[in-house]
Design a protein around this ligand. Structure first.
Ligand code: NAD
Length: 373
């Protein structure tokens, strides 16, 4: 049976500034291009949650030029021991979930990367913010927009930055499509069609438990549909309609299995999206404008991302997303560049749409207007 890993593979501070509220960046703008300029030192990162994705990020960071793994937060002593050896982590940079507040006084750590189950993001991000460190939080940012707002407020109050682990904003094919759209090469954007999902395995995993996952496929990978439609159009959706389809009410007792939804944008562009936990081989972004088109397929997994436009095949370099993301973020932070389009506010904008999708489903597919963030 295909696993989540197969799906992803196949789909293919304390840095000397006082952070204030992060700017409201529009998805119309591509994230800053990576610098050639190396900062005086690397960004020092601690990972919280040494599970499957935390492991992937740590391995990818071994190839980073501007970021390094200097600390960990874990509740499992055996993992602490193994990571300490593998990554040469000093004892004083190893924390448990109960000692996170002590990170405050540790100059070896600039930022904590929260990679725990979705519904713990709210608590963990606020803990890190209160410890005075910048935070990267995995997607989905939170269970809902209310939590996301609280997390942003806590980071703003503490004067730290908040980013969401939307790795595709540093992925070259994705960036090329965004910059072609910004350059007007597709003309007026008319339509986006995107899909993202996989067949989920182990029925006992946290992803199928509402208390830890917040929701199902929509929370896990449907956020790529939403974020993707936003960077494909360069606009914020103003309405959504949604439908939920459940074929296995036992396995998906607590969370959504398959959701289809449609979004409308101020220009009149529309997006048609599907997300699922029930089948493989979907992970495509298709963008149609009056003058051309772009197709990324696979668009959302770890890659290699592939694609074409009306001008031909995209031939951008293939990168390890997490290496590019961590170097890109370090570059923005250490070289004082504008924030990339993966701030907490960007995560909040997606959560507002998630809330509206679940509301539409509750109301039998009713069209729900989306408030501006
Ligand atoms: P995982 O189950 O493999 O790892 C979760 C980690 O959190 C484990 O180390 C676990 O010990 C720890 N944890 C701490 N408190 C816990 C608790 N109360 N219950 C359960 N686990 C607890 O999960 P994962 O696949 O690494 O996913 C973690 C996060 O990363 C999720 O939010 C997920 O959406 C995100 N993720 C993002 C990507 C991406 O491409 N950006 C890919 C995979 C996962």
């Amino acid at each position: 049976m295909s696993t989540r890993r197969d799906f992803l593979q196949n789909l293919t501070l304390g840095v000397g500034f006082t952070a204030v509220a992060q700017s409201l960046i529009s998805p119309a703008t591509a994230s800053p291009a990576p610098s050639k300029q190396k900062p005086a030192r690397k960004l020092r990162v601690a990972i919280m949650g040494l599970g499957s994705y935390g492991t992937r990020v740590a391995e990818a960071m071994e190839k980073c030029e501007m970021a390094e793994l200097t600390g960990i937060v874990t509740g499992t002593p055996a993992k602490a021991e193994a990571w300490k050896k593998k990554y040469n982590i000093a004892d004083k940079n190893i924390y448990t979930y109960d000692t996170v507040s002590q990170i405050k006084n540790n100059p070896d750590i600039d930022v904590v990367y929260v990679i725990t189950p979705n519904s713990l993001h709210h608590k963990h991000v606020i803990q890190v913010a209160n410890a005075g460190k910048h935070v990267i939080c995995e997607k989905p940012l939170a269970d809902n927009a209310k939590q996301a707002r609280e997390m942003i407020a806590a980071c703003n109050k503490a004067g730290v930055k908040l980013y969401v682990g939307y790795r595709l904003h540093f992925e070259p094919h994705t960036r090329e499509v965004i910059s072609m759209r910004e350059g007007g090469e597709f003309g007026k954007i008319m339509f986006v069609d995107n899909t993202c999902g996989f067949k989920i395995g182990d029925p006992t995993q946290w992803r199928l438990k509402k208390a830890l996952a917040g929701g199902g496929a929509l929370m896990d990978v449907g956020v790529y549909n939403i974020n993707g439609a936003r960077y494909a159009t360069g606009e914020e959706p103003i309405w959504v309609t949604a439908q939920e389809i459940k074929t296995d009410p036992v396995k998906f007792k607590e969370v959504d299995e398959t959701i289809t939804f449609q979004m409308g944008f101020p220009s009149g562009a529309i997006a048609n999206c599907s997300t699922t936990y029930n089948f493989n081989h979907i992970g495509r972004l298709y963008l149609v404008g009056e003058k051309g088109f772009a197709e990324l397929d696979p668009a959302f997994g770890y890659g290699p991302i592939k694609g074409r436009t009306h001008k031909g095949e995209l031939k951008q370099p293939v990168v390890t997303h997490q290496t590019a993301q961590m170097d890109g973020l370090a570059d923005c932070i250490l070289n004082n560049k504008p924030d990339p389009n993966m701030t907490g506010v960007e995560g909040l904008k997606d959560m507002v749409v998630v809330d509206a999708i679940y509301e539409s489903i509750r109301q039998g597919g009713k069209k729900i207007n989306i408030a501006k963030v």
